[in-house]
Design a protein around this ligand. Structure first.
Ligand code: HEM
Length: 431
């Protein structure tokens, strides 16, 4: 792994990103359980309570948790943006998002206005606190680094998503009359998926691909304008949608084309990487790119929300973070262990290498279970019974498998760290 571009001495404690990373699979397991129990309802319409609950258990409970954990790790080491008192801050954001996502999903399922409002309140608190702290840290970053700009724009998109989400809940509780409700839902989900998700993916993938896979750098010309152009097109698409549907569709086409270009170039760079070693993380990234392209094409072709959800929510939004965590978590465990070794000056003990934390076989088996789940969910679109439940069961298995792999790495880290502690203690007694 090429870590030349990182200021690792700025890294936050391991617990900061990890708390988000190990919570995410639990939310995926919850979404899978819901598919197992109420799967056919999820595939009946995008507007059913179960479909809305599964959507937010995945977008907030799984995806946003991992994105925020990764940002709290990457902000200081990648762009030098430090969040003050990061451990306490992370604990607060993590609790607010965890309680909020459970309450919001519960509110959708039960139809209880109180649960919806409480969920939106906790989520608003967690997201707005994160946006304020990360935004302030990024504001202090000097110069015009592309990645910093992509992160700033992704945060702005998250702000739009969260505020619109709150307004939609307000309307659903009957306290606010909102004309064009469905249109606002589409604007909300576009800022959530294309803005928050898509712009951060553009910003981070162009840095991580050379780092993790020794690819050439993402073409500077593209790296400089992809995220700002994506943000501008999304804003234009949102505004035009109110006044002129045809112009909005044309801008929507350009937005779709932008993401197809991004995916095409990323896959092209990966195919020409210096060390053509095939590992499970590349399978996840390849599948994420494929489903992102299919999702964009389905949206441009006017396909149903269920097909778009299958590609973007059950495909890209799960596969990309899984692939990235199989690189990030072993690296962080190794990096923090190395720090402990340096401080203890006990250099005789060799440190486990990345695959010593999560083996290639573990990652590949989990990928296989994930693909089996996805294929069953794809069959559920035309045949919700029995494939929605089968897909839910396989996704539950895959989510727990993913959790076990991450916890295995943490256990290995703790075991090694405990050894250094014991040796250190023994040394000071001898000393
Ligand atoms: C503050 C946090 C959020 C709140 C309060 C919230 C609330 C809502 C509400 C009330 C709806 C409309 C439900 C209906 O149509 O009856 C909705 C739809 C949706 N939201 Fe959110 N949301 C939030 C965050 C997010 C995020 C971060 C994402 C994506 C990254 C997201 C993705 C979606 C999607 C995809 C839909 C459309 C579901 C469908 O039509 O099937 N939401 N949200």
């Amino acid at each position: 792994m090429n870590t030349g571009g990182l200021s690792l001495d700025q890294a936050p404690p391991l617990g900061v990103p990890l708390r988000f990373f190990v919570t995410a699979p639990l939310f995926l397991a919850l979404a899978a359980l819901l598919l197992l129990v109420r799967g056919p309802e999820v595939f009946a319409s995008r507007w059913t309570p179960a479909a809305l609950a599964v959507t937010h258990l995945i977008t907030i409970g799984f995806l946003a948790q991992i994105m925020i954990g990764a940002l709290l790790q990457l902000l200081p080491v990648l762009v030098g943006a430090k969040v003050p008192a990061v451990s306490g801050f992370a604990a607060m954001v993590h609790s607010a998002l965890t309680i909020g996502a459970v309450m919001l999903a519960g509110g959708f399922l039960s139809g209880q206005a109180g649960a919806l409002a409480l969920g939106a309140g906790f989520l608003g608190l967690g997201f707005l606190a994160f946006i304020a702290a990360a935004g302030a840290a990024l504001w202090r970053v000097p110069g015009a680094r592309h990645t910093a700009w992509a992160m700033r724009l992704a945060l702005a998109a998250l702000l739009v998503t969260a505020v619109l989400g709150g307004v939609l809940v307000w309307a659903m509780t009957g306290e606010l009359r909102l004309a064009g409700f469905q249109r606002w839902v589409d604007v909300h989900l576009a800022w959530g998926l294309a803005g928050w998700g898509g712009l951060l993916l553009i910003g981070v993938a162009s840095e991580l691909a050379p780092m993790f896979y020794m690819t050439q750098r993402y073409p500077a010309a593209l790296r400089g304008w992809l995220a700002p152009a994506g943000f501008a097109l999304l804003a234009l698409w949102s505004l035009l949608g109110v006044f002129d549907a045809r112009a909005s569709a044309a801008v929507g086409f350009l937005l779709g084309a932008l993401f197809l270009l991004f995916v095409g170039v990323l896959q092209w760079l990966l195919a020409r990487r210096k060390r053509p070693v095939k590992d499970a993380t590349l399978f996840f990234v390849g599948f994420a790119n494929l489903t992102l392209a299919l999702g964009v094409l389905a949206w441009l072709a006017g396909a149903s929300g269920i097909w778009i959800g299958l590609f973007l929510l059950a495909g890209t939004a799960l596969a990309f973070p899984m692939g990235m965590l199989y690189k990030i978590v072993p690296f962080l465990c190794w990096f923090h262990l190395q720090g402990i070794q340096l401080r203890s000056e006990l250099f005789d003990r060799p440190l486990p290498w990345m695959k010593g934390f999560i083996s290639e076989a573990q990652a590949r088996w989990q990928f296989a279970s994930f693909i089996a789940a996805w294929l069953a969910l794809a069959l559920a679109v035309p045949w919700p019974e029995p494939f929605a439940r089968i897909g839910g069961g396989l996704l539950l298995l895959s989510a727990l498998f993913f959790l076990a792999n991450l916890l295995g790495a943490v256990r290995r880290f703790r075991r090694e760290a405990a050894w250094f502690e014991r040796q250190g203690a023994a040394q000071s007694v001898d000393g």
